[in-house]
Design a protein around this ligand. Structure first.
Ligand SMILES: NC(=O)C1=CN([C@@H]2O[C@H](COP(=O)(O)OP(=O)(O)OC[C@H]3O[C@@H](n4cnc5c(N)ncnc54)[C@H](O)[C@@H]3O)[C@@H](O)[C@H]2O)C=CC1
Ligand SMILES: O=C(O)[C@@H]1CCC=N1
Length: 263
């Protein structure tokens, strides 16, 4: 049985992605202060009256609430977390050690998912404490494979991945918005622009993954001598595009270390 505490943006993306993959919502239990958020995920999911009921009914419990609520909620459920249960944490910056300090020697998994999980295109990094068996790890990996690519990592890198793959979709959408504004300026309607730009991004990313070429080599393939693209590249370099992206990711990473102020 799967349990979900919190059905906001990330909780609901995971629930919907898992259900779309064929897992029966009748085997899923959820609680959120806002009942409509649970109902919005799927009308057949079991709605619990509180978080303790979610824990009592489930073996795998996803904690999809904001980081500043983790201590309080873990404290409230800890007496119901028997040793067979597995708690799956996903809050930006919140470590397995912090969870252990509250719930003790229980089975803890830390993941960093992202919203494309909603359409089974997520990228999910995963780490564990030493309480899980190989079989339990495989069950969770296989469950998460229903919503995207799963990568086991050393927990030390979780905040770095959070800044790249967790937050990354927001940065990509900002880029898409900016490209679409430019497209509009040049006469392409917004809706057509979103389709064209998104398809171009998917194609460019797939070309990189499928050829394993260096991104600079692929960029050179687009950039003809005395051509048009180099004018755009020159502008991005003038406007410190690369440095802006590096600063963006590093500042995002730094915020992961300031967990008390993540709301
Ligand atoms: N949104 C994203 O793209 C990602 C979010 N995360 C992490 O996932 C967690 C959830 O983030 P979001 O879904 O974006 O936040 P959200 O604000 O959209 O959802 C949180 C939900 O928790 C509910 N909630 C609040 N207190 C609760 C309680 N005591 N018991 C049960 N439910 C309660 C709220 O009503 C809300 O629906 C955060 O810790 C965040 O760091 C991780 C990766 C990506
Ligand atoms: O903005 C946040 O805090 C969360 C963590 C990664 C993506 N969204």
């Amino acid at each position: 049985m799967l349990g979900f505490i919190g059905c906001g943006n990330m909780g609901s993306a995971i629930i919907k992605g898992i259900i779309d993959s064929g897992i029966d919502p009748k085997n899923m239990y959820a609680y959120d202060h806002h009942k409509e958020k649970i109902l919005n995920t799927n009308s057949k999911i079991n709605i619990c009256s509180n978080n303790i009921e979610v824990v009592n009914k489930s073996k795998y419990i996803f904690l999809a609430i904001k980081p500043h609520l983790y201590n309080e909620v873990l404290q409230a459920i800890k007496d119901h977390l028997t040793y067979d249960k597995i708690i799956i944490i996903m809050a930006a910056g919140y470590t397995i050690k912090q969870a252990e300090e509250i719930i003790g020697n229980k089975k803890i998994v830390r993941i960093m998912p992202n919203t494309p999980a909603l359409i089974k295109q997520g990228f999910i990094t995963i780490s564990y404490n030493n309480k899980l068996s190989i079989e339990e790890k495989n069950i969770i990996i296989n469950l998460l494979k229903n919503i995207g690519t799963v990568k086991e990592i050393n927990e030390d890198l979780m905040n770095a991945y959070s800044s790249i793959t967790g937050s990354g979709p927001a940065f990509v959408y900002l880029f898409i918005e900016a490209m679409a504004d430019a497209a509009l300026l040049l006469g392409i309607p917004k809706k057509e622009a979103y389709e064209a730009i998104s398809t171009m991004i998917i194609g460019s990313a797939k070309l990189l993954l499928e050829t394993s070429k260096h991104p600079a080599e692929l960029r050179d393939m687009v950039t003809s001598p005395s051509g048009t693209t180099i004018e755009g590249i020159r502008t991005l370099e003038e406007k410190a595009f690369r440095s802006s992206i590096i600063e963006c990711v590093v500042n995002t990473y730094k915020k992961n270390l300031d967990i008390k102020n993540i709301r």
